[in-house]
Design a protein around this ligand. Structure first.
Ligand SMILES: *Cc1c(COP(=O)(O)O)cnc(C)c1O
Length: 348
């Protein structure tokens, strides 16, 4: 039996030998005293890479988004957000629970965007009846989809023209930048910077496709990051010798951003392999996530399919739709094995 082929998420990766060596060699200090040279170096690196004044290392993307929203908004303010965005749907309602900041969720268009007309209509006039609309948050990639860059520019310009701040949940910003760079024949870091330049703040995860064991960064202006730093402490996110983790993230930025295109190619290979199976509708992947819907009679067979795959050592998730995520620790052989397992299920 081969090792497990784990397509549940790009968070399941193990640190590579090179990353482990970088972690072991990292100089350390107490980051609550701002004394950890490896954390400081990472913060400077990611801020410069994305064109911001400052950055803050965070244990998770959820804490990073929370500190970002609370650094932009006061009690009684609201943020405009996608109905299925992580910062609304998947963070336990943290901004409302911990910050008394109200979300104003909007339905997504099929391409993942929030319609400009919907954003504009959701911005409340200054009237005592309403929460104060303070912030627009976008997510890129969203559900594995690259938001069109012209849209990102237009939506963030609209927000700015109405006096709103703009926050990007860029958990997979470098996947977005990789896809955008492939479209434009440009450099991934330049595209990441171009996307981030549309926002006042950006959160980026190191623990997804970049392959670090833990960590995110919140990037923004110096005053904004100072406010977020206070909120991070309040949220219990003041870490001590975090440099071992920051060194992993630094290593990922230097060595593992440039390989994300391999994950995208594997997602395409997987989608191609699954195409044409009766009962499956495969969404063409734009980055490293393949969504598959079971249709017709197959709709009832989601759990049976997942059990069949699991018995063959192929792990996926299927909360709403079947989801296969490619990453550092799956290769073409694993993809082909997943395809063969799905085919054998439907052949039986
Ligand atoms: C994973 C993810 C986050 C952060 O998740 P954590 O598990 O808290 O690190 C935020 N936004 C999106 C879109 C994500 O996919």
């Amino acid at each position: 039996m081969n090792a497990t082929a784990d397509f549940r998420s790009d968070t399941v990766t193990q640190p590579t030998e090179g990353m482990r060596a970088a972690m072991a060699a990292a100089p350390l200090g107490d980051d609550v005293f701002a004394d950890d040279p490896s954390v400081n170096a990472l913060q400077e690196k990611i801020a410069a890479m994305l064109g911001f004044e400052a950055a803050l290392f965070m244990p998770t993307g959820t804490q990073s988004n929370l500190c970002g929203i609370l650094a932009h908004c006061q009690r009684g303010d609201e943020y405009i957000v996608g109905q299925l965005a992580h910062t609304y749907r998947w963070e336990g309602g943290g901004a409302a629970v911990l910050g008394s900041v109200q979300p104003q969720p909007l339905s997504h268009q099929p391409d993942g965007t929030l319609a400009l007309a919907d954003i504009e209509a959701a911005i409340k006039p200054d009237d005592a009846h309403f929460a104060k609309t303070r912030l627009l948050t976008l997510e890129n990639t969203w559900g594995g989809k690259l938001l069109p860059f012209a849209y990102v520019q237009a939506a963030t310009a609209l927000a700015a023209s109405k006096g709103l701040s703009r926050h990007l949940d860029g958990a997979r910003l470098f996947n977005a930048a990789t896809a955008q760079a492939a479209q434009n024949g440009t450099d991934v870091y330049a595209e990441a910077r171009a996307i981030a330049a549309c926002f006042d703040s950006t959160s980026v995860c190191f623990s997804k496709g970049l392959g670090a064991p833990i960590g995110s960064a919140l990037c923004g202006g110096r005053d904004f990051i100072a406010r977020a730093h206070r909120i991070r402490k309040m949220a219990g996110g003041g870490l001590r010798q975090a440099g071992m983790l920051a060194a992993a993230a630094s290593y990922a930025l230097d060595h593992q951003v440039v390989r994300l295109g391999e994950d995208h190619a594997l997602a395409l290979r997987l989608a191609e392999g699954l195409r044409g199976i009766q009962g499956l509708e495969v969404e063409a992947p734009q980055t490293n996530i393949v969504f598959v819907d079971l249709v017709g009679a197959a709709r009832e067979r989601s759990n049976a399919l997942q059990d069949h795959l699991k018995a063959q050592g192929v792990l996926i998730t299927g909360l709403y739709r079947l989801r296969f995520v490619t990453h550092l620790d799956v290769d073409a052989a694993a993809v082909d094995r997943a395809v063969a397992s799905v085919r054998s299920f439907f052949a039986a």
